[in-house]
Write a protein that binds this ligand. Structure first.
Ligand code: SF4
Length: 385
């Protein structure tokens, strides 16, 4: 794989030796619970500390195969490699933005499905945007991922491995140039804002979050993880009871039902008032500030009148609004809002006392919206067939 790509030329990798072959029958080690891992090692006649040794290799040294784990008995390494693969991902294509601040990788999964993961560099942050599903069932009308529907949920290992892949990349000074970052360094933040609706794959997403935050696994602080939802109300209530300080972001995109139902069809099931009531309950329970994401589309949801309406609806909620310049999708009727109108929208919100930021536009030339690069590769494959 390489490096400085543009939207016209994502570079494709040749399948690596370490990656999974399609049809590989081996189970995925990362999909096992720690109890299942312990039981497996016990069955091999291994002492209890072996599980901790393996965790150390996976979560601190980002080993991709048991063969790398040189302090394990050779016979055990061979047996584990025979039965398990650690990572269920194979990098298929990679693009780096021209300013070298954003990298998107399309991974192939063992069943041939593909997902995207994006690494973004900020001044002090290395933020990873991971996928939680193959495709998405939510059908948001402005989203590239929605266009193919939902294929399936991702497993725990498939989510954790997206993080470990980039953790390995950032830790390895030999990993090739690519991004403008000094290595070794670490993933500092994770956002579940890639392909899929994380709340629609709730159980596996939270199992992955527990591994990513557990001190004996990946060990990232919960406050450094953000889960983004389009508004599955019962799951927001459930998240309030999880007892981890993971950040909640709600993709709102419109302040009223008439407009929001056009953009976000799930709004017909849980309209704005019900959604905001769930957010209020969440804040009451957790005392944590919620982020409302609002993708600005020209002439659709970016008028000052809508900004006033939004500000009024959010009054009294401990929140912050993140305005997102919408990433254009080919053949979409939507257009991004101009920088001037974006500033005007933000000013209206701030004039009502709503803390508001405008998200930096990232990787515009690398199909930055979720699902865009994967979709383009699939179209290229179809055209070539
Ligand atoms: S915007 Fe998010 S929730 Fe909506 S269809 Fe796209 S991936 Fe799914």
């Amino acid at each position: 794989m390489t490096e400085h790509g543009t939207a016209a030329a994502p570079s494709r990798s040749t399948p690596s030796q370490d990656g999974p072959d399609e049809g590989d029958p081996r189970a995925v080690w990362l999909d096992l619970s720690s109890e299942e891992q312990q039981a497996c090692l016990r069955d091999q006649g291994q002492p209890p500390f072996r599980a901790a040794q393996i965790r150390e290799w996976i979560y601190r040294r980002y080993a991709q195969r048991f063969a790398e784990m040189t302090n394990l008995p050779r016979a055990l390494r061979q047996e584990l490699d025979r039965c398990f693969r650690i990572w269920p991902l194979e990098p298929l294509a990679q693009v780096v933005s021209q300013d070298r601040s954003t990298q998107k990788v399309v991974f192939r999964l063992p069943d041939g499905q593909t997902i995207e993961t994006v690494l973004m560099l900020y001044r002090r942050r290395r933020t990873l945007c991971i996928s939680s599903q193959v495709g998405c069932a939510m059908g948001c009308t402005f989203c590239a991922t929605a266009q193919g529907g939902l294929a399936r949920n991702l497993g725990v290992g498939e989510m954790v491995a997206q993080v470990l892949y980039f953790a390995r990349y950032l830790a390895d000074p030999q990993a090739g140039p690519g991004m403008a970052v000094e290595r070794p360094t670490r993933v500092t933040h994770i956002v579940l804002m890639g392909m899929g609706e994380p709340m629609h794959n709730y159980r596996s997403v939270w199992a992955a979050i527990r591994l990513l935050t557990h001190p004996e696994a990946f060990g990232l602080g919960a406050r450094h993880i953000t889960l983004s939802t389009v508004g599955l109300v019962p799951m927001i209530d459930r998240m309030a009871e999880e007892g981890l300080q993971v950040n909640l972001a709600v993709s709102l995109h419109a302040p009223n039902d008439e407009l929001r139902s056009q953009l976000v069809p799930i709004n017909r099931r849980w309209p704005v008032e019900e959604l905001l009531a769930a957010v209020r309950r969440y804040v009451d329970r957790t005392h944590r500030r919620v982020t409302f994401e609002y993708a600005l589309m020209r002439g659709v949801n970016d008028s000052p009148a809508l900004a006033h309406e939004l500000a009024q609806r959010l009054q009294g909620i401990l929140c912050h609004v993140n305005l997102i310049p919408w990433n254009p999708i080919p053949h979409s009727p939507f257009q991004p809002t101009s920088p001037q109108d974006t500033r005007r929208f933000a000013q209206v919100l701030r004039s009502h006392g709503i803390p508001t930021t405008v998200r930096l536009r990232r990787g515009i030339e690398i199909d930055a919206g979720c699902g865009q690069l994967r979709r383009r590769l699939a179209q290229q494959d179809q055209a070539a067939a």
